[in-house]
Design a protein. Structure first.
Length: 464
């Protein structure tokens, strides 16, 4: 959509009338900072960047976008690889100034502002020996992660990030503000847990915290040629895996510059079990001949922050996502062949372990529908700016296509780009009709476009 300059000028003038002028940004250093995302390949640029410091300012932004017909987006962590944080030629609500976190130690709850990142939440909770269910990387926006589902290293014990949402303050498409939980606006609350930012702007949310002062984390690396043996044996480990152990697997470039199989366990139970040579964590070192086996005991906040260096801001990224039932021989072969064909040494595979508490939530209890145990596989193409970028996307597409016959229909909406037309119709399975009905009630004009929503309910309900 192209908005004519007089319209933009009137919108800017209206925002400056309603708000302090320094909140309304159309250029300069603050604009450059506010539009810089994790994925440096994103070219979208809003006409207006509104740096919001309160719910009232968010309301003003939503109403102004509606009044002047401007495309609207919400920027929190800015980690969405597809760049949906920025509305091209439209108005972007930048929530990053709204990053406060308040901890209620007695209730084990955190009140999290809409622009807070996972690191903000974890650092605040860690002071009291508490943790939140977050993702793997700490620089991700906590709201976006939670609303879309939120796979993470504590999922086996505490469920998805979405499963730990207890209430939210939401600015709706008409500019009104609602407070939603199990008893108030329950349909909206149901939709927020997996349906993404498609229903309004979450300016604040309350989440559960858990008493986990320390975790045992580590990295185990095996040569790529051992992948069939190692991952087959890993299936035996995962078949009776305790809730307290979540094992992220994948392929990365190792110390010698060659692709290697990686296992990244997180143990959130008693530390003595996590460090026991005969325990489930250390068992991961005996699946083959490990080239690297390093473990440490410390806070989950520190472990998460340490992983942030793996995927720094500014590189070019494209991601494909598939949900795989198991590390079957066919899946392992597709991963090995994909690793051999990698077009960039920065690219990787990351398979997130979904089991335990997350898998025991009934599929209809939240909008997030795929509650069967599985591995959520990210095919991550990463490169530095260059002329021939298309070959990296082609590699991601080819590898995703090789995994498709062995995957559940659909995928993880937080990671699906708009081109995933074969997956989007099946993301929400049997929850699709209810989700679309709620969307039609709270946002009938489609003001909010967070993560992909199907247009209609699928005939085959693969997640049920």
């Amino acid at each position: 959509m192209t908005v004519d300059s007089p319209t933009l000028q009137r919108a800017v003038a209206e925002l400056e009338r309603l708000l302090p002028a320094d909140r309304v940004i159309t250029g300069g250093p603050e604009y450059a900072t506010g539009t810089a995302l994790w994925n440096g390949a994103v070219a979208s640029r809003p006409a207006i960047l509104l740096r919001c410091t309160s719910t009232a300012e968010v309301r003003a932004g939503v109403r102004t976008a509606r009044e002047f017909g401007l495309p609207l987006s919400v920027r929190s962590g800015g980690h969405d690889w597809a760049g949906r944080a920025l509305s091209d030629d439209g108005l972007t609500l930048d929530l990053t100034p709204m990053c406060s976190v308040h901890i209620d130690v007695g209730a084990r709850r955190a009140t999290v502002a809409g622009g807070a990142r996972a690191n903000h939440v974890l650092a605040a909770a860690d002071r009291y020996g508490l943790v939140a269910a977050t993702g793997t990387i700490g620089t991700v926006g906590m709201a976006g992660l939670t609303l879309g589902g939120g796979y993470g290293p504590l999922g086996g014990r505490f469920g998805l990030a979405a499963d730990n949402l207890t209430s939210a303050e939401v600015v709706l498409a008409d500019g009104s503000v609602v407070r939603t939980d199990d008893e108030h606006e329950p349909d909206l609350f149901w939709a927020l847990r997996g349906g993404g930012g498609n229903f309004g702007v979450v300016t604040s949310m309350e989440i559960r915290l858990h008493a986990v002062p320390t975790v045992v984390t580590g990295t185990v690396l095996y040569s790529l040629r051992q992948a069939p043996k190692v991952l087959a044996r890993l299936e035996d480990v995962l078949s009776d895996c305790p809730d307290a152990l979540t094992v992220q697997t994948g392929v990365i470039n190792g110390p010698q510059g060659k692709p290697m199989v990686t296992l990244r366990p997180t143990w959130s139970g008693e530390p003595v079990v996590g460090t026991d040579p005969a325990g489930p964590v250390q068992r991961l070192t005996r699946l083959g001949t490990a080239a690297v086996a390093e473990f440490e005991t410390g806070s989950f906040a520190a472990a998460t922050a340490a992983r942030d260096t793996m995927f720094p801001d500014g590189r070019y990224v494209t991601i494909r996502a598939r949900s795989l039932p198991r590390h079957t021989p066919e899946v392992v072969d597709a991963l090995v062949q994909g690793a051999k064909a990698m077009t960039s040494p920065l690219s990787a595979f990351s398979l997130h372990h979904f089991h335990g508490a997350a898998a025991r939530v009934p599929w209809s209890d939240t909008a997030f529908a795929l509650r069967k145990p599985h591995m959520m596989a990210e095919v991550i193409a990463v490169w530095t700016p260059e002329k021939d970028s298309g070959r990296h996307a082609a590699w991601a597409d080819a590898t995703s296509a090789a995994l498709e016959p062995h995957a559940f229909a659909g995928g993880y909406a937080n990671l699906l780009g708009p081109e995933a037309t074969d997956q989007i119709p099946y993301v929400y399975g049997g929850n699709t009709a209810r989700l679309l009905a709620i969307k039609g009630t709270v946002d009938p004009d489609g003001v909010f476009q967070g993560i992909p929503l199907p247009k209609t309910a699928p005939q085959a309900l693969s997640h049920r």
